[in-house]
Write a protein that binds this ligand. Structure first.
Ligand SMILES: Cc1cc2nc3c(=O)[nH]c(=O)nc-3n(C[C@H](O)[C@H](O)[C@H](O)COP(=O)(O)O)c2cc1C
Length: 394
């Protein structure tokens, strides 16, 4: 096997390891996928400032995220049905995160349940909540996350309604899989993946089956979840969730200065500048292009994190320079998992860590908590140009 040097190499290997319908599920955005592409490509518009003859010994990437010490300024983003990218994917990714000293975020729509992940790990992880129409169910999820010792609740705000993903429709991706002749072919040509799946009993929505009234199996759980989109979600809900949870609260899906200010008022502990990896609103701006304005709007009153298009340590460094305290890896770690299981996630985290560490050194910085605008080669005017061209609303 050729050496795996960067996240892209893991993406290529993942493509060869898992059925195409699942790879496409990961590697797609909504409608024209313009925001999905822009998230990654806008990073290339930000340039780093190179310094020389500066002491670069004894560097540290350690930081604190929502009040807890971590070895790196990274978190693993919540990914639905991670357990279909690799058998027991949530447990493996959580273990890799734990070994790297970073938080793992378990999705509401995970295959392995909150309790299973808690049992298989020793460090607290974060739990991501989708608020559903069934408030009692949402309340019970919060209580279960609390009982499992989760150290932060990540409330996703950008998925009240679903963006359309053409690839999933064209692939006939459904839960449970319908197994058309094409699907059978895809599975048979990925025997390693098929064998893994035969070796685990976790194939369903672990947080839902047996916990929602009518969800007794995968089919009924999927059916139940589809009817649970909570269109009314608003800031009053954030308030009751905050009360019921009572711990650190992170709001995910903020992409606008005004919403960022409202997030500050809500009393949350952190926000994630995110557009759901370009899977929701198509033609929304990239997260990296919105980061400076949002950091400016919140004026240090709330911790700001970012996800979307981060594929390297250089990308992470750019986000940190522009004011993010934490950078979340999404597809990057999924490629590692799909390619090589837990080891693959560890390897991807290590690749991105090393890229960040080395690039930070080349910037003349020794502590990740000290990087800032002064480490950028120029104010990223190109990045902001499209926004500045829009007249102020009245
Ligand atoms: C396959 C896939 C599934 C996702 N599932 C969830 C989810 O269940 N909950 C959530 O809040 N975000 C979900 N997201 C969004 C990610 O948490 C994150 O915002 C996004 O992946 C960041 O972009 P990146 O993948 O380009 O790094 C998902 C993203 C992908 C690619």
């Amino acid at each position: 096997m050729k050496p795996l040097c960067d996240v892209h190499d893991y993406q290529q290997l993942a493509k060869r390891r898992i059925p195409r319908m699942f790879m496409d599920y990961v590697d797609c955005g909504s409608w024209t996928e313009s925001t999905y592409r822009r998230n990654a490509s806008d990073f290339s518009k930000v340039l780093l400032r190179q310094r020389v003859a500066v002491d670069m010994s004894n560097r540290s990437l350690a930081t604190t995220l929502v009040g807890k010490d971590y070895a790196l300024p990274f978190a693993l983003a919540p990914i639905g049905i991670l357990g279909m990218m690799h058998a027991d994917g949530e447990i493996l990714a959580a273990r890799a995160a734990e070994r790297a000293g970073i938080p793992f975020t378990l999705s509401t729509m995970s295959v392995c349940s909150i309790e299973q992940v808690a049992k298989a790990t020793t460090q607290p992880f974060w739990f991501q909540l989708y608020v559903m129409r069934d408030r009692e169910f949402a309340g019970r999820l919060i209580d279960r996350a609390k009982a499992a010792g989760c150290s932060a609740l990540v409330l996703t705000l950008d998925l009240q309604i679903l963006g359309q993903r053409h690839k999933d429709i064209r692939n006939g991706l459904s839960t449970p899989p319908r197994f058309t002749p094409d699907h059978v072919y895809q599975v048979l040509t990925r025997p390693r993946w098929a064998l893994q799946m035969l070796g685990t009993r976790n194939h369903s929505f672990g947080n839902i089956v047996g916990h929602a009234a009518s969800a007794t199996g995968m089919r009924s759980a999927a059916h139940w979840a589809a009817g649970q989109m909570y269109l009314e979600l608003n800031w009053n809900d954030v308030e009751w969730i905050k009360q019921r949870w009572g711990g650190k609260l992170i709001l995910k899906g903020i992409l606008d200065e005004e919403d960022a200010r409202l997030a500050v008022e809500s009393g949350a502990d952190a926000i994630v500048v995110s557009n759901h990896g370009g899977r929701q609103m198509d033609s929304a701006p990239s997260t990296i292009s919105m980061l400076p304005a949002i950091v400016d709007a919140v004026k240090g009153r709330i911790e700001v994190h970012l996800d979307g298009g981060v594929r390297s340590g250089q990308d992470a460094l750019k986000a940190l320079c522009l004011g993010a305290r934490g950078v979340w890896l999404g597809r990057a770690f999924v490629y590692g998992l799909a390619a090589r299981g837990q080891q693959g996630v560890s390897e991807v985290i290590e690749i991105v860590r090393k890229e960040l560490d080395t690039s930070m050194a080349m910037s003349g910085e020794r502590f990740v908590t000290k990087v800032g605008h002064h480490n950028l080669s120029s104010v990223p005017a190109a990045l902001m140009a499209e926004r500045h061209a829009v007249p102020e609303s009245t």
